[in-house]
Design a protein around this ligand. Sequence first.
Ligand code: SF4
Length: 201
Amino acid sequence: MDISRVLENFRNNGFEASYFETKEEASAYLNEKIDGTTVGFGGSMTLNEMGLIGSLETHNEVISHWSVPEGMTVSQVLDKAMRTDVYLTSANGASEKGELVNIDGTGNRVGSTLFGHNKVYFVLGINKFEENLDKAIYRARNVSAPPNAKRLGKNTPCAVKGDRCYDCNSPERICRGLVVHYRKMSSCDIEVVIIGEKLGF
Ligand code: SF4
């Protein structure tokens, strides 16, 4: 993949865009940029593998439903995370043309990428990229969602078989909404941070 061209495509679509060879370099960059503010997290194996909750919470107020404070419910944390200054998530798929694809079940994560924050960061490994939007959507549905369903312990055919999406009708289906960012949303700044490593699903 031609990283320079991908970065240019994202910038032409209105996003800020940056690239780092390693997750450690990307983490240092994000810790420098995000300081002394409130930060909401979408559930993300990529952010988890980077240890970003732990590093950012040393100098920010971090809100994540993967780290529910005593005395709060998951719903309260999800609600609070939607009202932070900064929001971080990854993507289930991305196109080399500069588009982002996300699938959600609860809606908190994709909702926050659309509205409500001053700045949103999409942090994604090189493995999330496909040549075009159709392939990125296929990836989100067939490559990213099944291991996520398995990780969440869902009773879905993809979690049991682990090979592809079955477009299931399971009550535990995790794929309920699909959001494509063709361009940066007009209401907030969005930066795409690409890392030259395989991260997340
Ligand atoms: S629609 Fe169902 S089978 Fe397909 S990835 Fe989502 S949960 Fe799995």
